[in-house]
Design a protein around this ligand. Structure first.
Ligand code: TEU
Length: 556
């Protein structure tokens, strides 16, 4: 059994975790100062969102130097100290590796802009669309759209051609068809392994192999094709992943490797994470975080629990024989789950945050806790576009306004789904700026930090924090939680999420009420008389479940 089968991972978004020098931006020293919080929670692996030198167009997912730390976040020495501190406490650290694209300020790209440069072919350059004046609207080589709205090609007057950028124009896609590019990236990744890093989260890794020739696709309202899948999951993906695994020594060094793979299905997930393939250990899939949208993320639809259950169950069953799941409801790209899937009203915030955690952490796979999730932090509640920092949200707003959509409606949708909901500063206490900084925070602190903060949660034995601590301890103690076979029950129930986990003679039953209304104890569940209640959110009384109540039983 791989070591990460019993691990729980904690994701840190460095800009928003803790600021140690009062400049309003979180930093590595701030993380070092709070390692005790991670120890108290009991997590095993820390995933750091990008800390490399970057113009911060996309908050670090636009790297200009892979082998240095951005001065706004600290120094290489700080990172060494953090790695040493985590290792000293028995924890591991994985870095976020963004190798589908670099910043347009990376020396490689700057060189590549010269058509005669040996690095020209390190990126994806194309001439303007036939018979079109380069640099004019519509002259882009294809109608590929960027994930951040607008064309996915940018014109470079210096070389008279366009380069591909599936994200912002300041994130130029690398040409992985070029073996020099791959070799250089593997060398860089080995450099980090030699420095003590225990693994990587690989950003949009299923986009490194493009499907060529890149052509026009079905046009959206602005004439562009936003189906990234058109370009992703190319024919050489497995080859590149296996090559990277061998070249960097993923399996050899038992590194923790999780790939972010938007737009894949369960078959692809199994093919990437089957240990026999020696490609990835696990992947982040997106189907379960797209159940409350129709097509694009901004087209909201009400969550139907049977749909979410079916999606999660498909991956539980699909990766039972081979492969391994990543379990998450939150990260730096998703809104806060208690506001999205739960009920963040004062009456139900704590119970729903706990019950979302119970449901996720008792599934089979490696759970991810995103900073603040262990406190039940809520969405930001921004009301004007000026409050946002995230280019995905801002660009979408302006595109939609230009297409005639009313800004109030747009602000409501963005308030619900924006990535900035996850990026507001971590709330450490009820003080000024929630103890995040002594300066002016780069993003507003949640107004409800006076109630929702780490100090209050740790002081309250019945808090969301201590519920997470108990769930993490259950995974460490019980093999059935780590390895038990999953079975969904009452699949069509609109209110309850119930399932069992079985390993040998040991069987667990999880019953979770995903509504704010009390629900009668359902028919058809295994008998709980004589069962041991391992963890519950409410005092167990009547044959009913209170709003957002959940229970974990070890059946007799
Ligand atoms: O995200 C890729 C990705 O799938 C996201 O764009 C996602 O679809 C979107 O944010 C949902 O709102 C990764 C990183 O996690 C993200 O932070 C980066 O912006 C992006 O890649 C480019 O590096």
């Amino acid at each position: 059994m791989a070591w990460w089968h019993s691990a729980v991972t904690y994701q840190i978004y460095p800009r928003s975790f803790a600021d140690s020098n009062g400049d309003g931006v979180g930093d590595l020293r701030g993380i070092i100062n709070h390692v005790d919080h991670l120890v108290a929670l009991g997590v095993d692996v820390v995933w750091l969102s990008p800390i490399y030198r970057s113009p911060m167009d996309d908050n670090g997912y636009d790297i200009s130097d892979y082998c240095d730390v951005d001065p706004s976040l600290g120094t290489l020495a700080d990172l060494d100290e953090l790695i040493a501190s985590l290792h000293q406490h028995g924890m591991k650290l994985i870095l976020d590796m963004v190798i589908n694209h670099t910043s347009d300020e990376h020396p490689w790209f700057i060189e590549s802009r010269d058509p005669a440069s040996p690095k020209r072919d390190w990126y994806i350059w194309r001439p303007a669309r036939e018979a079109m004046e380069p640099g004019t609207p519509g002259a882009e080589p294809t109608n590929a759209g960027s994930a951040f709205s607008g064309p996915g090609w940018a014109y470079d007057p210096q070389s008279g051609q366009y380069y591909l950028h599936l994200f912002s124009p300041k994130q130029a896609d690398l040409n992985w068809e070029n073996p020099e590019v791959r070799a250089e990236l593997y060398t860089m990744m080995r450099w980090w392994v030699d420095r003590g890093v225990d693994g990587f989260r690989l950003d949009v890794i299923n986009m490194i192999s493009k499907t060529y020739p890149i052509g026009d696709g079905p046009a959206g309202p602005d004439g562009l094709c936003y189906q990234l899948g058109m370009v992703a999951n190319g024919p050489r993906l497995h080859e590149f992943l296996a090559e990277m695994n061998a070249a960097v020594g993923f399996a050899e060094h038992e590194l923790f490797i999780v790939g972010e793979t938007p737009g894949i299905d369960v078959e692809l997930a199994r093919s990437f994470t089957d240990p026999a393939a020696r490609e990835l250990d696990m992947v982040f899939t997106f189907e379960h975080v797209e159940v409350d949208q129709a097509g694009m993320k901004w087209e909201l639809v009400p969550l139907r629990l049977p749909v979410l259950k079916a999606t999660l169950a498909e991956y539980q069953y699909g990766l039972e024989q081979a492969g391994w799941n990543s379990l998450y409801f939150e990260n730096h790209d998703q809104p806060r789950s208690v506001s999205r899937f739960g009920d963040d009203s004062p009456a139900f915030r704590v119970a729903s945050a706990k019950t979302l955690a119970t449901t996720l952490h008792l599934l089979k796979g490696t759970p991810y806790v995103y900073q603040g999730q262990e406190l039940g932090m809520t969405n930001a509640g921004f009301t004007s576009i000026e409050q946002y920092n995230d280019l995905e949200s801002i660009n979408f707003f302006h595109l939609a306004v230009s297409l005639g959509l009313p800004s109030e409606q747009l602000l409501a949708v963005i308030a619900a789904k924006s990535r900035d909901n996850a990026r507001t500063p971590m709330c450490w206490d009820a003080g000024v700026n929630a103890g995040f900084t002594t300066g002016q925070p780069w993003l507003p602190v949640n107004a409800d930090h006076t109630q929702i903060n780490a100090a209050a949660a740790i002081a309250d034995p019945d808090s969301v924090f201590h519920h997470y601590r108990k769930l993490i301890a259950l995974r460490h103690e019980l093999a059935v939680v780590r390895e038990g076979r999953f079975e969904l029950l009452l699949a069509q129930d609109e209110a309850l999420f119930t399932f069992t986990r079985t390993l040998g003679q040991v069987r667990l039953l999880v019953v979770a009420n995903w509504t704010s209304a009390a629900q009668p104890w359902p028919w058809g569940l295994p008998e709980v008389t004589g069962a041991e209640l391992l963890l519950g959110t409410h005092p167990v009384g009547a044959q009913e479940l209170s709003g957002w109540e959940s229970r974990i039983y070890r059946l007799a």
